[in-house]
Design a protein around this ligand. Structure first.
Ligand SMILES: Nc1nc2c(ncn2[C@@H]2O[C@H](COP(=O)(O)OP(=O)(O)O)[C@@H](O)[C@H]2O)c(=O)[nH]1
Ligand SMILES: [Mg+2]
Length: 306
C-alpha cells in the first residue's frame, strides 16, 4: 500500500506543483479569504485542466462554505478545496473487477500513440500478479512492430500471447483469441487494437465489428470496451469519449495514461465531472508497474500532501 501511494505521489508531482502548489502560494499571499482569492483559485484549477465545469462547481461550493461557516483562516480553504475535489471524483468501483464466469474480454481502443499497447502489457502484469489466468491478443494488424512490442511485454509477464498474421482481419484474430481464451479457461483476455483516428469512420466501424464478432463466443456482458486517453492532451481527450462510446455501443471504462508527464493531470477531475464513463486505470510512468488502478483517495491525497 505504501508503494502504491508512492507511485501516485511520484507520478502526479507535476500536477501537484501546478495546481495545489500554486493554490498554496495564492493562499499564502492573500491578506484575507475573499472572492478575489477564490477567483484566483478557480483560475489555477482551469489552467491545470480541471475543466471549466468542475472548476466552477468547486469554487461555487467553496464560496458558499466560506460564507456559511465564516471561514477566515486561509489554510482552511485548502482543506475545503480537497473535500470538494474528493466529492467529484469519489467512487466505490473496483477497477479490476472481472466477470464471475470468464473469460472477461477487455477491448482496448483509442487513437494512435495514447498508450494502448504498453497499457495492455502493464495490465497483463497486473492481472497475472493478482493470480488471474491472463491472455493477450495483438490485433493491431497494421503495425508489425506493435505485435513484436507486445510479445516482449507478454513474455515479461509470463502470460499467454496470441498474435495476428500480417494483413489478417483484426476481427478474425479477435475471434480466434476469444475462442482460445474460452477453451483454456482464461480469466481475462486483453485485446490490443490498432490506433485509429476517431474521425475515420471505417476504422471506427471496424471496432464495432470486432465487438460483434467476439460476442458470438462470449456473452456481451463479458466484453468490456476500454478507451485509452493520453492525459497530456487535456481537454481534447474528453471529446474522444463520445465517439468511441458510439462505435462500440458503450464504453465500460477509461485508462488515462502519461499523467507523470504532465502538469495538467487535473484532467482526471474534469473527466469525473463531465463524463459518465469511469476511470479504471491511470498511467504514472513507463515501467511495467506504472499502470495503477485509479484510486480517487490516493489521487487527492497525493495532490494535497505537504
Ligand atoms: N511517461 C509515460 N509514457 C507512457 C505511458 N503510457 C504510455 N507511454 C508511452 O507512450 C508511447 C506510446 O505508447 P504505445 O503503447 O505504443 O501507444 P499506442 O499507439 O496507443 O499503442 C510509448 O513511448 C510509451 O512508453 C505513461 O503512463 N507514462
Ligand atoms: Mg499500439
Amino acid at each position: 500500500m505504501r508503494n502504491f501511494f508512492k507511485s501516485f505521489k511520484k507520478g502526479l508531482s507535476k500536477t501537484k506543483d501546478n495546481i495545489v502548489g500554486k493554490v498554496r502560494q495564492a493562499v499564502g499571499m492573500a491578506a484575507k479569504v475573499d472572492d478575489n482569492l477564490l477567483d484566483e483559485i478557480e483560475e489555477i484549477l482551469i489552467q491545470g485542466d480541471v475543466g471549466v465545469s468542475a472548476s466552477m462547481k468547486i469554487i461555487e461550493n467553496l464560496k458558499k462554505k466560506v460564507a456559511h461557516d465564516n471561514i477566515k483562516d486561509a489554510e482552511q480553504v485548502i482543506t475545503e478545496l480537497k473535500t470538494e475535489i474528493s466529492l467529484i471524483i469519489q467512487s466505490d468501483r473496483d477497477p479490476g473487477q472481472l466477470n464471475e464466469v470468464g473469460p472477461t474480454v477487455w477491448l482496448i481502443m483509442g487513437v494512435n500513440g495514447t498508450g494502448k499497447t504498453t497499457s495492455v502489457g502493464k495490465l497483463a502484469k497486473y492481472f497475472s500478479d493478482s493470480g488471474k489466468k491472463t491472455m493477450v491478443a495483438a490485433c493491431d494488424t497494421f503495425r508489425a512492430a506493435a505485435v513484436e512490442q507486445l510479445s516482449i511485454w507478454a513474455e515479461r509477464s509470463g502470460v499467454e500471447f496470441i498474435k495476428a498474421k500480417d494483413g489478417t482481419d483484426p476481427a478474425s484474430v479477435a475471434f480466434d483469441a476469444v475462442s482460445a481464451a474460452k477453451a483454456r479457461g482464461i480469466d481475462i483476455l486483453l485485446v490490443d487494437t490498432a490506433g485509429r483516428l476517431h474521425t475515420k469512420s471505417h476504422l471506427m466501424e471496424e471496432l464495432g465489428k470486432i465487438k460483434r464478432v467476439i460476442s458470438k463466443v462470449v456473452p456481451v456482458e463479458n466484453i468490456k470496451p476500454k478507451l485509452v486517453l493520453d492525459g497530456t492532451t487535456g481537454q481534447n481527450a474528453l471529446s474522444q469519449v463520445k465517439i468511441f462510446t458510439d462505435a462500440v455501443e458503450g464504453c465500460d471504462g477509461l485508462i488515462v495514461t502519461k499523467l507523470d508527464g504532465t502538469a495538467k493531470g487535473g484532467v482526471v477531475i474534469a473527466i469525473a465531472e463531465e463524463m459518465s464513463v469511469p476511470i479504471d486505470f491511470i498511467g504514472l510512468g513507463e515501467q511495467i508497474d506504472d499502470l495503477k488502478p485509479f484510486d480517487p483517495q490516493s489521487y487527492v491525497d497525493a495532490l494535497f500532501e505537504k
